[in-house]
Design a protein around this ligand. Structure first.
Ligand SMILES: [Zn+2]
Length: 506
């Protein structure tokens, strides 16, 4: 294969034979990228060959790229409870179309995933879907996510959940957070917190700032996130004295202040990790007014936000509800901080916070619209846009989608689980107190089931309603062309998604 994919195969089918020659391989587990070739046979990655000298000539990072399958730490697939918005089957198809071979489902379903019975339903739906994408799940921290009583964390861990989160809301009280960090630590799982002090965000509609003021929307102040992060870090530091395995992961951080707090905590040795989302990295609150430029284009040479009303950036109507998300899209300076955190590694992972909604839930007044952006299928394209703009290296973008999230799931700080050692390690390999969260090794590992994504950076695709596998069409990127058409996703040696090759979308 050299840019074109063989005749269509069925989803779930074992990849009998596949050869990709003269491509750009990116293997963050081995810390390597460059020209190479791979051979898959009967679902197994038989050979990974790095090319050198004359053989490598003409193969660059701007064409066909082969990388390990992506891992999403944070996706809402809406089943059980809201199958009109998404099902496990449609969500896993969307994941595969986005290059993801593992997704972690958030527990804010109806009922909430707060006991093993709900996990069994989720797993049954994943199996029935026929998708080879690995569906992992986080369990709720509190019963019904009500914030009052700790869920049966031990039972959930035994059943196989990979983390605990009351996402959609912050773990309500510091007392409960303390207990959760303690027990989750004993169980080898991270507590994943959505950092938001609810007292500060009641009735909030948009990021507190200039745009919200002009548009007459109620503000969600950065302080609500920063204060929650500071609270969580203080509780974590305290718990560590009793349970050194306690671990905190902060999800979808969106403000410079919160990321600075995490940077300081990491420097001080606290076992904290965090992720940022594609939309907080690449979009900013001026989109609510109608601007449609990338966040890095909304800053002047001094790093100060431009005024979209003054510089003619308004290209669409205001109050597009596909932009309503929690935490809200921030100003361009905060978006730049998210991107910088991703580039330098303060943000360990990119997580999509894929949040599909029905049209009914979005076709209302801005402040009444459901929060969330459908994001699994556009995550790679958004990151590649940042790579094209010179804001991020390709290697770092891929690491944030692979070894970064694997390490969050599968290791304790200081324990190599993302495969840093020579020869390609096994992410989530379950050593020294870590857990074995991931069924498959991460990285281009010879002899392991093939788990990889193939995309063409020289090709672009139009994000249109007809080109999305998700039921959730609630993305502000509809109608936009993104770089990096995904040609093939292979999960556990099986076809997860394959480009139809028609070249038409939408
Ligand atoms: Zn959240």
């Amino acid at each position: 294969m050299n840019g074109s994919v063989a005749p269509a195969r069925r989803v779930g089918e074992v990849v009998a034979e596949l050869e990709i020659s003269r491509a750009w391989l990116v293997d963050p587990a081995a810390g390597r990228e460059g020209p190479g070739e791979i051979v898959v046979s009967n679902g197994v990655l038989e050979a990974v060959t790095w090319l050198e000298g004359a053989e490598a000539e003409g193969v660059g990072p701007d064409g066909i790229v082969v990388a390990p399958g992506f891992i999403d730490l944070h996706a809402h697939l809406r089943e059980p409870g809201n199958e009109d918005a998404e099902t496990i089957a449609s969500g896993l198809a969307a994941a595969a179309h986005g290059g993801f071979t593992t997704v972690c489902l958030m527990p804010n379903t109806e009922p909430a995933l707060d006991e093993p019975g709900v996990l069994a339903r989720v797993r049954a739906a994943a199996t029935a879907s026929g998708s080879p994408v690995e569906a992992l799940a986080h369990g709720a921290v509190t019963v019904g996510r009500a914030g009052e009583q700790l869920a049966a964390l031990g039972e959930l861990a035994d059943a196989g959940i990979v983390g605990f989160s009351d996402d959609g809301a912050c773990v309500a009280s510091p007392t409960i957070l303390r207990s959760a960090l303690l027990y989750a630590g004993m169980l080898g799982r991270p507590v994943i917190d959505h950092a938001e002090l609810a007292e500060l965000t009641r009735g909030a509609e948009a990021n507190e700032g200039y745009v919200a003021t002009v548009l007459g929307l109620r503000g969600w102040p950065a302080a609500a996130e920063v204060a929650a992060v500071e609270r969580d870090l203080a509780v974590l530091a305290d718990v560590l004295r009793d349970e050194p395995r306690a671990r905190l992961h902060l999800t979808h951080l969106s403000t410079a202040g919160a990321l600075a707090a995490v940077r300081r905590a990491k420097a001080a040795g606290l076992p904290v990790t965090c992720d940022v989302t594609p939309h907080h990295v690449a979009l900013s609150d001026e989109w609510l007014a109608g601007a449609r430029r990338w966040a890095w284009e909304a800053l002047d040479a001094d790093g100060v936000a431009r005024d979209p009303w003054v510089d003619g950036a308004l290209a669409a109507g205001p109050y597009d509800t596909s932009l309503r998300v929690n935490p809200p899209l921030r100003g361009p300076e905060d978006a730049a901080a998210c991107l910088a955190a991703l580039a330098e590694g303060t943000a360990d992972a990119l997580a999509t916070d894929h949040a599909p909604h029905t049209q009914v839930d979005k076709e209302v007044e801005f402040g009444l619209a459901a929060n969330g952006i459908s994001g699994l299928e556009t995550a790679l394209g958004v990151l590649l846009a940042a790579v094209e703009a010179g804001r991020l290296t390709l290697a770092r973008a891929i690491a944030a989608l692979t070894t970064g999230p694997a390490a969050v799931l599968g290791s304790w700080p200081g324990v190599v689980a993302s495969g840093g050692e020579a020869g390609g390690g096994r992410a989530g390999g379950g050593r020294a107190g870590g857990i074995r969260a991931l069924a498959r090794p991460r990285g281009l590992v010879e002899g392991a089931p093939a788990d990889l994504v193939v995309f063409d950076r020289s090709d672009r695709w139009l994000v249109g309603p007809g080109s999305l596998a998700s039921k959730g069409r609630n993305t502000p990127l509809l109608g936009r062309e993104l770089p990096g058409r995904i040609l093939l996703t292979v999960a556990g040696g099986r076809i997860a998604w394959e480009d139809g090759g028609t070249g038409s979308d939408g």
